[in-house]
Design a protein around this ligand. Structure first.
Ligand code: CP
Ligand code: NVA
Length: 308
């Protein structure tokens, strides 16, 4: 594994290794075991969009690993004044040991990886959010064990979260049902990848418009904001389009008895999810957020440690 640009680039062995490292590094934190697996390494973190979790978990994670996290706000680096990702990748490769980038275009992340000589980690694009979904699946595994025997239902926008869920579940062989309104479906190329992966893994992938059918007997119910970063002008139209896709008590009644609720956060209570669900006992959103730290530390160790 050279980069983490998309879960679709990963083998099932690599996904399992991320989970094994995550479990180990999480245990080290809980037991206070000192280690500095990335001593002397620097991670550059480029953000052209806002972040709470991604920034803090990568920054803290790198510190805990003995390395140095260098925050590079897009406003302050020359990319914002038109410097190419080609030159940026070449130059940063001379100084630092890895790049984490959150930005709009997946192709910009791919360019950094193509032209640089250091590992690149995708910290969210309009298309994908692979670190999030690896942390989410790790969280489900902690609570429910064997992922292959479970069904996850995603209700809402066919956005970066839904796209990376398609990659993750189809690679692992976990049943995934996605319900979106018409016109807000997942990316066609990602759907294609997932259907191909499913042939090998045995995953049952369902892409529908009916939230009740999606949630039927699901072990995990997942939703995300109806208005992602960069879509602020579409807010009113989106709220109307998604009004029947709220995760609430009525929808929950169709899920499996001990189902769990996930949301990548930030959440908007009263829109995509009601308070009784997101703040109820079925909600594991803060474990999910915590696991970003452990899983991303695992990813950094796998990509950046010498003699992995
Ligand atoms: N879930 C997530 O990526 O959160 P941030 O936007 O706060 O980083
Ligand atoms: N779909 C959301 C995820 C935020 C972590 C967005 O892109 O804004």
């Amino acid at each position: 594994m050279k980069h983490l640009l998309s879960i679709n680039d990963m083998t099932i062995d690599e996904i399992n290794r991320v989970f094994e490292w995550s479990e180990k590094l999480k245990r080290y934190v809980k037991e206070g075991i000192e280690h500095h697996l990335l001593k002397g390494k620097t991670l550059g973190m480029i953000f052209t969009k806002s972040s709470t979790r991604t920034r803090v978990s990568f920054e803290t994670g790198m510190y805990q690993l003995g390395g140095y996290p260098l925050f590079l706000s897009a406003n302050d680096i020359q990319v914002s004044r038109g410097e190419s990702f080609y030159d940026t990748a070449k130059v940063l490769s001379r100084y630092i040991d890895g790049i984490m980038i959150r930005t709009f275009k997946q192709s910009d992340v791919e360019q950094l990886a193509k032209y640089g000589t250091i590992p690149v980690i995708n910290g969210l694009t309009d298309l994908l959010h692979p670190c999030q979904i690896l942390a989410d699946l790790f969280t489900v595994k902690e609570y429910k064990g064997d992922l292959k025997s479970l069904k996850l239902a995603y209700v809402g926008d066919g956005n970066n979260i839904a796209n990376s869920l398609l990659h993750g579940c189809s690679k692992i062989g976990m049943a995934l049902s996605i319900a979106t309104p018409k016109g807000y479906e997942c990316d066609p190329a990602v759907i294609n990848n997932a259907l191909q992966n499913a042939k090998e893994s045995g995953a049952v992938i369902e892409l529908i418009n009916d939230p009740v059918k999606a949630v039927e007997n699901a072990d995990v119910i997942y939703t995300d904001t109806w208005v992602s970063m960069g879509q602020e002008q579409e807010k009113e139209t989106r709220i109307k389009a998604f009004k029947d896709y709220q995760v609430n008590k009525e929808l929950w009644a169709h899920a499996a008895k001990d189902a769990m609720f996930l949301h990548c956060l930030p959440a908007y209570r009263g829109y995509e999810v009601t308070e009784d669900i997101i703040d109820g006992p079925m909600s594991k959103i803060f474990d999910q957020a915590e696991n970003r730290l452990h899983v991303q530390k695992a990813i950094m160790v796998m990509l950046m440690k010498d003699n992995k």
